[in-house]
Ligand binder design. Structure first.
Ligand code: ATP
Length: 329
């Protein structure tokens, strides 16, 4: 690796919603920074902490024993103040005062919009690391947190299947995904759901009823419909009510999984992904890169400009819908 840029001190921040694997990414950034002879400062509470000047020195030891822990030792937040130029000016002044010459921003789409705006106004060097359980960030095949969220979801659905099967019940299980059906479709295939309802496609109640009728005729002892929370037909409760009015062969129940999907110890895949991306982010800074997000495409480290990340639309794997349909017979 040809070293072209040397920083005395870099900063690392986690911003936006939390997810498992953030600590593994923080650890990777800190250790890579130290490996290259730099000091690393943690910024607390996302962009809000940058505005308030909440900084903490991160030595190698400070990130010991965090790799396997969910959440983020730096905390995270959403910051309305960072959306104002006054807020961003304060943030910049604090970074200068603290001697932070470059930043690693571990965040989602919104965080990259924020840092892109910030770097248009102030001379700040930064590289982004993608995290979101929804896995809908353009410029990477996988974002930190997705794999762990999926594993949490399928463990719960397996349990729901046990009880549903014992009582001959139909369950509507709502999973996270306001705009993206990635958790729904992956967990649907992995748990053998009868139907998967996602925001990317139109949901027709008659079609769900048709699938459930077919299951009833085949004497299925339980059925599970996965609903992404952002489905246009409504959440799991609304859809269950509409379906029940037309299909009432089974005792119907609803389970909304909620925030458990954001917590827990990261899976091996998320730990390795977070470690790779954390290392790649610091290396990118050293190589003189800025205003880019590191990602993994076809298992290789990739670099995508913030403007492409926020403008781009990640393609939904529509072929997985067909797989779910074929296998739910
Ligand atoms: P998640 O996937 O969990 O939503 P995210 O990074 O997309 O993560 P957001 O809350 O959308 O989370 O964004 C994080 C923060 O980035 C916001 O709280 C805000 O401070 C900042 N931000 C977002 N959009 C902008 C913008 N257009 N201009 C300036 N700052 C922004």
């Amino acid at each position: 690796m040809g070293t072209t840029k040397k920083f005395k001190k870099i900063g690392v921040v986690t911003t936006g919603g939390d997810c498992p694997g953030l600590n593994a990414a923080i650890r990777a950034v800190v250790r890579t920074g130290i490996y290259h002879g730099m000091e690393v400062t943690g910024i607390l509470q996302g962009y809000e902490g940058m505005i308030k000047g909440e900084f903490v020195r991160l030595g190698s030891h400070s990130v010991s024993n965090i790799l396997q822990r969910g959440g983020t030792i730096l905390k995270t937040a959403r910051s309305e103040a960072f959306k104002t130029v006054e807020g961003r000016k304060k943030a910049y002044d604090n970074l200068v005062k603290e001697g932070i010459e470059a930043l690693v921003v571990i965040g989602g789409d919104g965080s990259f919009k924020g840092i892109e705006q910030f770097s248009r106004e102030f001379p700040i060097t930064s590289v982004g690391v993608p995290k979101t359980i929804d896995n809908d960030i353009f410029g990477t095949d996988y974002a930190i947190g997705f794999d762990t969220a999926l594993n949490t979801v399928i463990q719960v659905i397996d349990k729901i299947r046990d009880t549903a099967d014992s009582h001959n019940r139909l369950f509507f299980v709502e999973v996270m995904g306001r705009d993206a059906g990635m958790i729904a479709i992956y967990s649907g295939i992995a748990s053998g759901a009868e139907a998967v309802l996602i925001p990317e496609t139109e949901t027709k109640i008659e079609q769900i009823v048709k699938i459930l009728d077919r299951g009833w005729e085949r004497k299925k002892s339980s059925m599970i419909v996965i609903v992404a929370e952002g489905d246009v037909a409504g959440g799991a409760y609304e859809i269950a009510l509409e379906v029940k009015a037309r299909f009432n062969q089974y005792d119907t129940r609803v389970s909304v999984l909620g925030h458990m999907q954001r917590g827990g110890s990261p899976t091996c895949n998320d730990r390795v992904l977070a470690s790779r991306l954390g290392v790649a982010a610091v290396q990118a800074l050293i190589e003189g890169r800025t205003n880019e997000m590191v990602g993994v495409i076809n298992n290789e480290i990739s670099h995508t400009s913030y403007s492409d990340v926020v403008k781009g639309k990640k393609e939904f794997p529509y072929q997985l819908l067909k797989i779910a349909e074929i296998l739910s017979l």
